[in-house]
Design a binder for this molecule. Structure first.
Ligand SMILES: Cc1cc2nc3c(=O)[nH]c(=O)nc-3n(C[C@H](O)[C@H](O)[C@H](O)COP(=O)(O)OP(=O)(O)OC[C@H]3O[C@@H](n4cnc5c(N)ncnc54)[C@H](O)[C@@H]3O)c2cc1C
Length: 347
């Protein structure tokens, strides 16, 4: 393992802002992870684990510790009773893995096509889109436990999954280095077509050919993402983002009714007894922000209100000040405090 000093982090992230890592290394094996953990521990510095950099906001001052980027590779499979178990190294590209599963006719993640980042990043915020989330297909997560200094294999029920949340980004944040994720997919299973967006995007040709297959749905999801600037496309300024910048807030149905009584009723989705989830994008638009809005080099994507973008040469401070302006206005208008989705590093 080679430890570099003062490595620029911005180019390793999709937002492209932030300073340098005081120390930086790549882990291509599990042994590298153990070595890096020991290196950081003996020097008394903290360890930040970086995947594809698609869900982080790095501070302009950088990270004054060891940044370890996970680059482990490899995919193993095992079949049993209509199920294919995939054992996937954390450094594998998530979207490549989705493409492989779809090509092998395995259902369960086709709606998660086009999400940037690594396999190791997926259990951290329980990635989800268009009616699927990884929590429903994760069998177990293998990780190095920095506290106990040993590898552990956590079954899905021990991962604390809920909406955009797991123990890895909440109670046990910065405790585990994920090195492998095992998924349980259904061989020959039908695709999930739960969202109207996806139904609409399945074009005539696909409908005429009969029941849409997994590849049709994955392609449709990528097309929708591309239209919204939520697909990483070289040269597309709207995808210089960290995806959705805010989580969709969960509020009581009563509160939602009060908001509706004051004007336009918000779109809402059931989120447990007496609770509804309200699209943050709707709240932001109602609070007076339009797609394409700018504040310095930070802006709202011209194709998706929920994505804050770096228009070029921007800083973390500029992104945060735009986020602050948006949150303040949403709170003032609706009394709802938006929660940021990307992870803040080095603040
Ligand atoms: C254009 C765009 C669209 C997006 N769309 C979606 C979407 O539809 N749904 C969705 O849920 N997300 C979406 N995202 C967010 C992001 O892609 C996911 O959260 C992704 O899983 C992050 O993975 P990563 O490898 O890039 O993690 P990073 O950004 O590198 O890290 C994110 C967090 O995970 C931790 N982490 C990463 N890898 C490991 C590991 N191996 N072990 C321990 N901790 C680790 C990091 O320490 C950090 O706290 C989108 C992002 C972009 C830029």
């Amino acid at each position: 393992m080679i430890v570099k000093e003062n490595e620029a982090l911005a180019p390793l992230t999709t937002l492209g802002v932030g300073g340098r890592a005081r120390w930086f290394a790549e882990a291509v094996t599990e042994a590298d992870v153990v070595e890096a953990a020991g290196w950081a521990r003996t020097r008394g510095v903290s360890l930040f684990v970086l995947g594809g950099g698609s869900n982080v906001l790095i501070s302009d001052a950088g990270f004054d510790g060891m940044t370890l980027q996970i680059k482990t590779r490899g995919v193993g499979t095992e079949d049993a009773c209509g199920v294919r178990f995939y054992r996937v190294a954390a450094g594998e590209d998530w979207d490549d893995f989705v493409s492989r599963a779809v090509a092998e006719n395995c259902a369960g993640i086709e709606c998660l096509a086009g999400i940037p980042g690594t396999v190791g990043g997926t259990p951290v915020q329980n990635v989800g889109a268009y009616g699927q989330e990884v929590a429903s297909v994760v069998e177990r997560v293998r990780a190095f436990d920095l506290e106990r200094r040993e590898f552990v294999e956590l079954p899905a029920e021990d991962c604390g999954f809920s909406y955009r949340r797991s123990r890895f980004n909440s109670d046990d944040r910065a405790r585990f280095v994920v090195t492998r994720v095992d998924y349980r997919l259904h061989r020959g299973g039908s695709p999930t077509i739960a969202y109207p967006d996806v139904q609409r995007a399945l074009c005539e040709r696909e409908r005429a050919a009969g029941k849409p297959g997994l590849a049709d749905v994955a392609d449709a999801v990528r097309r929708i993402r591309r239209l919204k600037g939520m697909l990483k496309v070289e040269g597309d300024p709207d995808c210089r983002s960290a995806g959705s910048f805010f989580k969709n807030p969960v509020i009581t149905a009563e509160r939602c009714g009060e908001i509706a009584a004051r004007g336009a009723p918000p779109p809402s989705f059931a989120a447990g007894p007496g609770l509804v989830k309200v699209p943050a994008a709707w709240l932001i638009e109602q609070a007076g922000f339009a797609k394409g809005y700018s504040l310095g080099a930070a802006g709202i994507s011209s194709r998706h209100t929920l994505a804050l973008v770096n228009r070029g040469g921007g800083s973390a401070a500029e992104i945060l000040s735009l986020a602050g302006e948006i949150s303040a206005r949403v709170e003032e208008r609706f009394g709802i405090r938006l929660e940021m989705e990307p992870v803040k590093i080095g603040f």
